[in-house]
Design a protein around this ligand. Structure first.
Ligand SMILES: O=P(O)(O)O[C@H]1[C@H](O)[C@@H](O)[C@H](O)[C@H](O)[C@@H]1O
Ligand SMILES: [Mg+2]
Length: 284
């Protein structure tokens, strides 16, 4: 039987590469910064332009009617963020916008594709490092066409864990984030890290450079592609309460195995984050 998703997968890789080249070029000129949900939730013209390029190319190739699109900047402008059974592209044009603005060298293009709400493939192009990560469900994970595999460490005392602070600086939330980090650091683990992009963090889990990455407050476009890549590299995804991973829940633990994941989960202080697919509240 013909493989229906090989063409979209190959196309996603080429679009991600093209998008990454645009980001690199834009980084050479002055970057004008605006803000979204908070004064530290940054967005630039490049985020918006690159998302238009990606979605425009996908629509041209696959037609507007049959495929749906969830893109970070389109959602910010009021488009729907509901995942249906239709073939759906989930896109973060610039994951690590703060890094991009500051010249911190981890910025990724993240493109995932889901059908019947199941993620079929994920492509992450870490464009400043020029590394192309990709995975298709059931077919393994790769970095620059070389197979990648999560680490086999089961001893939490020999692990490196990644997390991020996010863009919500409500003092109670920040307190919980730092309390969780303090507890994990004191297990003790070998180290705590953060690249500033969820997509790149998940690739670091997938290559075995770190054992786990967790965050509350991320969005589906930050982690959809990484979810396929981590799982295809042999890793697992869980909710921060140990339940099943839910793409729209804005919380996730990705890890090399369930021993590490469950040990981390013991220490996570959970705080609320509104779901990506929550009904939009009417503004008064
Ligand atoms: O907004 P972009 O696309 O740059 O992505 C986010 C990161 O991916 C998060 O891990 C990170 O914690 C931040 O929330 C950051 O905003
Ligand atoms: Mg992002």
């Amino acid at each position: 039987m013909e493989d229906p998703w090989q063409k979209p997968y190959d196309f996603a890789v080429s679009v991600a590469r093209k998008a990454g080249a645009e980001i690199r070029k834009a980084g050479e000129s002055e970057i004008k910064v605006c803000t979204k949900s908070s004064t530290v939730d940054l967005v630039t013209k490049t985020d918006e332009r690159v998302e238009k390029i990606i979605i425009g190319s996908l629509k041209e190739e696959f037609g507007e009617g049959t495929h749906c699109f969830i893109g970070e900047e389109s959602v910010a402008k009021g488009e729907s963020c509901i995942l249906t059974d239709k073939p759906t592209w989930i896109i973060d044009p610039v994951d690590g916008t703060t890094n991009f603005v500051h010249g911190f060298p981890f910025v990724a293009v993240s493109i995932a594709f889901a059908v019947n709400k199941q993620l079929e493939f994920g492509v992450i192009y870490s464009c400043l490092e020029d590394k192309m990560y990709k995975a298709r469900r059931g077919k393994g994970a790769f970095c620059d066409d070389e197979p990648i595999q999560v680490s086999d460490v089961k001893d939490i005392n020999k692990s490196i864990i990644i997390s991020e602070h996010g863009t919500d600086r409500t003092p109670e939330k920040v307190k919980k984030i730092f309390s969780t980090m303090q507890k994990i650091l004191c297990i003790p683990v070998h180290g705590l890290r953060g690249s500033g992009t969820a997509a790149t963090n998940m690739c670091l889990v997938a290559t075995g450079a770190v054992e786990a990455f967790f965050e509350i407050g991320i969005h589906c476009w930050d982690i959809a592609a990484g979810a396929v890549i981590v799982q295809e590299a042999g890793g697992i995804l869980l909710d921060v309460d140990g339940g099943p991973f839910d793409l729209m829940s804005r919380r996730m633990v990705s890890a090399n195995n369930d021993v590490i994941a469950k040990r981390i989960i013991k220490e996570i202080e959970i705080f609320p984050a509104e779901r990506d697919d929550a009904p939009v509240q009417k503004k008064c």
